[in-house]
Design a protein around this ligand. Structure first.
Ligand code: ADP
Ligand code: ADP
Ligand code: MG
Length: 656
C-alpha cells in the first residue's frame, strides 16, 4: 500500500478520504486555504500545509503550489476528491511528472471524457447508446437551430465543457432557440472559458440513472450497480439512492455493460461514473437509456453504493492506484438492501435556495445503526462564502426502500442546524412526498412541487418570535434593560415607557425587536408567574417550551418546524432606522462580491428596477429597488466583498 497521501481537497470529502487512508495505515497530509485554517479536515490530518488565500483559484486550484507541498512533505500519492482539480488532465499529468501517484484515471482518460461532445462520439463508436442530437463542432446559430428542428423539440442545449448543471438550457420551441443558445453560450464562457455547446433531444420523463465503474491497471473492469439521482434542482442532484426504483436485472445488466464498455473505450483505471438519462414514461427499459457523460472521479453520492455493496470505494481507489488488481469479479459484487443520501446544504429554500453562510451556532447531526453522516464541519465552524455550501451528507440504509426512506426521514427530523438556513425541512418533505415514495418521479419533480415542498416565501412565524422574545426577556433581563435604556436615549420606541403602568397588579412593557432584520414590538407582561410575551398572532408565557432556542452573539435563533427565526433586541445604534422604516435600504442578501452597479447617486429609480448584482458561489443575484425614489448613499461598488446584510445603497423615498 502507498505510505502516505496528500488530499487536494477540503470539507467532507477530505475528511472522508483521510479516515480511510488512516485505517489503511497511510500518513495523511492536508492542504488548506486561509479560510480553512481551523477546519475539521485540517485538524484530522497528520499534518497540514497552507496553500494560499481563501478563493479556490488562489489555493485549491493551484497545481504548482500543491505539488510543491506534496514533494516537500514526501507524499506518495495525491487524492483529488471531487470538484476542484479532480477532473483536470493537466493535474494528473503534473503528478506523474513529479513522480507522485495520482489517485484517479490516466490523464488521457480524463481528457477523452472531459468534453461532452467528444465523449459522446467516442462511446457511440464503442456501441454505447448516446442521447440523439448534434455533437459536432459547428456552432453557428442558424445551423444549430436547423439541427434542433431535425432532432425535434424539446431539445437541450449543453455546454460541451459543462459540469454542475451550468450552461444548460431546455428549449421547447424554435422561437426560443436563439435566445437560449446565446445565454447558454454566455454562461458556458463565464463558467468554463469555453462557449461551445451541443444540442440533444430532451428526454421526456427523464430519470438520471448512473453506473459506478471500477477498473484496475490489469485490464479488469467491473461495475458496482446503479444509483438513481433523479431528484434534482437546476440539473443538480439533491437526493440519490441505490438501487434505482423499478430497476430490473435485465436493465441493470444492459446499463452495466454499456458503462463498462464506455470505460474500456478510454482505457479507464480507477473509480468512475457513467451517467445515463432514461425515458421513464414506461418504467426503466433496456432500450430507453442513453449515455450523457462520464465523471472521471469519485462522486459525491458514492456512499449509497458503499452501503449496498459493503465496499469502501476510497480503499478500492488506493488499492488500484498502488497497482493491485481489483479484489472482486463482476459476479461477486454484492447488492444488499437499499440506501439513500440527502445533501444537507446551507441555503434558504424560501428565498430561491440562496446560499446562506455564517457561523454554525448549533449543529446536531443524526446518529444510528442505519445512518451514516459525512460532514466537513462541526458546531462553531463557519460556512464561508468561498466554497460549496454543503454542510453534510446524510445517508440511511434499510432492508427495503421503504425502511431506508423512513430512517432518512427520521434522521432529517433529528438534524438541528442554527445559524445558516438549511434545506433540512425541504429534504424531509421531499423524502415523505408520495410520488417519491411510490417511485413515480422524474427530474422535474422538485420544480413542479416547490410550493408543496415549502420552497416558497413564507409568512413570519409568530410563535417563534414570541418564543425568542420571551427568552430574551427571561434569560437576560438586565441586558435587555440596558439596551432599552440606550434605545430610550436615542429616542427610539421606548422600552419601559409603560414601566410605571399598572394594570390589576401587572406590569406591561414594550420590547423593541429586530426579527430577521425587521422591526417589531413585543408586549411583555410581568405578573406573579413571571413574564409573558404578546406579539401580533401569538402570546406565550414562561414555561411553555415549543421551540429550540440557540443563543447567537446575543441574539436568539428560534428553530421551530424546520424553520429558523432570528430574534434580536433592537439596538438603534446598529441599524439605519430612517431607511429601515421607509423600506429603502438595499442590503446584500448573502456574503459575496458586488460585480455590477447599474445606478449612480441621485438617480431616480422605479420600484423593482435592477440596481446591482451580487455574486456568490459563482451564481449571480440581482438586487432590485424595494421602493421608488432616488438613489441616496452608495456604500459598496463593483469588486467589493460584502457580508450578508451589509448596506449596498439606500433609496430615498419620494416626498409626499
Ligand atoms: P455531478 O457533477 O454530476 O453533479 P457530483 O454529484 O459528484 O457530480 O457533484 C460534484 C460537485 O460537488 C462539484 O461540481 C462541486 O460543486 C461539488 N464539490 C466539489 N468539492 C466539494 C467538496 N469538497 N465538498 C462538497 N462538495 C464539493
Ligand atoms: P453536468 O456535467 O452538469 O452534470 P449532465 O450532462 O450530466 O451535465 O446533465 C445534468 C442533468 O441534466 C442530468 O442529470 C439530467 O437531469 C439533465 N439532462 C441532461 N441531459 C438531458 C437530456 N438529454 N434530457 C433530459 N434531461 C437531461
Ligand atoms: Mg452530470
Amino acid at each position: 500500500m502507498l505510505s502516505s497521501v496528500l488530499v487536494a481537497n477540503r470539507g467532507e470529502i477530505a475528511v472522508r478520504v483521510i479516515r480511510t487512508a488512516r485505517r489503511l495505515g497511510m500518513r495523511t497530509i492536508a492542504v488548506h486555504s486561509d479560510a480553512d485554517r481551523d477546519a475539521l479536515f485540517v485538524r484530522l490530518a497528520d499534518e497540514a500545509h497552507r496553500i494560499g488565500p481563501a478563493p479556490a483559484s488562489e489555493s485549491y486550484l493551484k497545481i504548482e503550489t500543491i505539488l510543491e507541498v506534496a514533494k516537500s512533505a514526501g507524499a506518495a500519492c495525491i487524492h483529488p476528491g471531487y470538484g476542484f482539480l479532480s477532473e483536470r488532465a493537466a493535474f494528473a499529468r503534473a503528478c506523474a511528472d513529479a513522480g507522485i501517484v495520482f489517485v484517479g484515471p490516466p490523464a488521457e482518460a480524463i481528457e477523452a471524457m472531459g468534453l461532452k461532445d467528444a465523449a459522446k462520439a467516442l462511446v457511440q463508436k464503442a456501441g454505447v447508446p448516446v442521447v440523439p442530437g448534434y455533437h459536432g463542432s459547428r456552432q453557428e446559430p442558424d445551423f444549430l437551430r436547423q439541427k434542433a428542428y431535425e432532432i425535434g423539440y424539446p431539445v437541450l442545449i449543453k455546454a460541451v465543457a459543462g459540469g454542475g448543471g451550468k450552461g444548460m438550457r431546455r428549449v421547447d420551441k424554435a422561437a426560443e432557440f436563439d435566445a437560449a443558445l446565446a445565454s447558454a453560450q454566455r454562461e458556458a464562457q463565464g463558467a468554463f472559458g469555453d462557449p461551445r455547446v451541443l444540442v440533444e433531444k430532451y428526454v421526456l420523463a427523464p430519470r438520471h440513472v448512473e453506473i459506478q465503474v471500477f477498473a484496475d491497471a490489469h485490464g479488469n473492469v467491473i461495475h458496482l450497480n446503479e444509483r438513481d439521482c433523479s431528484l434534482q434542482r437546476r440539473h443538480q442532484k439533491v437526493i440519490e439512492e441505490a438501487p434505482a426504483p423499478g430497476m430490473t436485472p435485465e436493465v441493470r445488466e444492459a446499463m452495466g455493460r454499456a458503462a463498462v464498455e464506455a470505460a474500456r473505450a478510454v482505457g479507464y483505471v480507477g473509480a468512475g461514473t457513467v451517467e445515463f438519462i432514461a425515458d421513464g414514461r414506461e418504467g426503466l427499459r433496456a432500450d430507453r437509456f442513453w449515455f450523457m457523460e462520464m465523471n472521471t472521479r469519485l462522486q459525491v453520492e458514492h456512499p449509497v453504493t458503499e452501503a449496498i455493496t459493503g465496499l469502501d470505494l476510497v480503499e478500492l481507489q488506493f488499492r488500484i492506484a498502488s497497482g493491485e488488481a481489483l479484489p472482486l469479479a463482476q459476479v461477486d459484487v454484492p447488492l444488499v438492501g437499499h440506501a439513500v443520501e440527502a445533501r444537507l446544504y446551507a441555503e434558504d429554500p424560501e428565498r430561491g435556495f440562496l446560499p446562506s453562510t455564517g457561523r454554525l451556532f448549533a449543529l446536531s447531526l443524526p446518529e444510528g445503526d442505519d445512518v451514516r453522516v459525512d460532514a466537513g464541519v462541526e458546531a462553531g465552524d463557519q460556512v464561508t462564502p468561498f466554497y460549496d455550501p454543503m454542510i453534510a451528507k446524510i445517508i440511511a440504509r434499510g432492508e427495503t426502500r421503504g425502511e431506508a426512506l423512513d430512517t432518512l426521514s427520521r434522521a432529517l427530523g433529528e438534524t438541528v442546524v442554527a445559524g445558516p438556513r438549511t434545506n433540512a425541512a425541504f429534504l424531509a418533505r421531499l423524502v415523505d412526498a408520495s410520488a417519491f415514495r411510490e417511485g413515480t418521479f422524474d427530474t422535474g419533480f422538485i420544480d413542479a412541487n416547490l410550493e408543496a415542498l415549502g420552497a416558497v416565501p413564507q409568512e413570519r412565524d409568530p410563535a417563534s418570535v414570541a418564543a425568542g422574545a420571551l427568552s430574551l426577556v427571561a434569560s437576560d433581563l438586565a441586558a435587555a434593560r440596558e439596551a432599552a435604556r440606550a434605545a430610550l436615549r436615542e429616542g427610539a420606541t421606548p422600552w419601559l415607557a409603560e414601566d410605571g403602568f399598572q394594570l390589576l397588579g401587572e406590569r406591561r412593557t414594550t420590547l423593541p425587536l429586530l426579527v430577521d432584520g425587521e422591526r417589531l414590538d413585543a408586549h411583555v407582561t410581568f405578573d406573579a408567574d413571571g413574564p409573558a410575551v404578546e406579539i401580533p398572532g401569538a402570546t406565550l408565557a414562561l414555561g411553555e417550551p415549543e421551540a429550540t432556542l440557540v443563543e447567537a452573539e446575543g441574539d436568539v435563533l428560534v428553530l421551530r418546524e424546520g424553520r429558523q427565526t432570528r430574534v434580536a433586541l433592537f439596538d438603534p445604534a446598529s441599524v439605519d432606522l430612517e431607511h429601515l422604516d421607509a423600506g429603502g435600504l438595499v442590503k446584500a442578501p448573502m456574503h459575496g462580491k458586488v460585480v455590477a452597479l447599474f445606478v449612480s447617486a441621485g438617480e431616480r429609480v422605479e420600484k423593482g428596477q435592477r440596481l446591482a448584482i451580487v455574486e456568490a458561489m459563482k451564481m449571480e443575484h440581482p438586487l432590485t429597488a424595494p421602493i421608488a425614489g432616488s438613489v441616496g448613499e452608495i456604500a459598496a461598488g463593483p469588486g467589493d466583498q460584502v457580508a450578508e446584510g451589509a448596506r449596498i445603497l439606500v433609496i430615498e423615498a419620494e416626498e409626499g
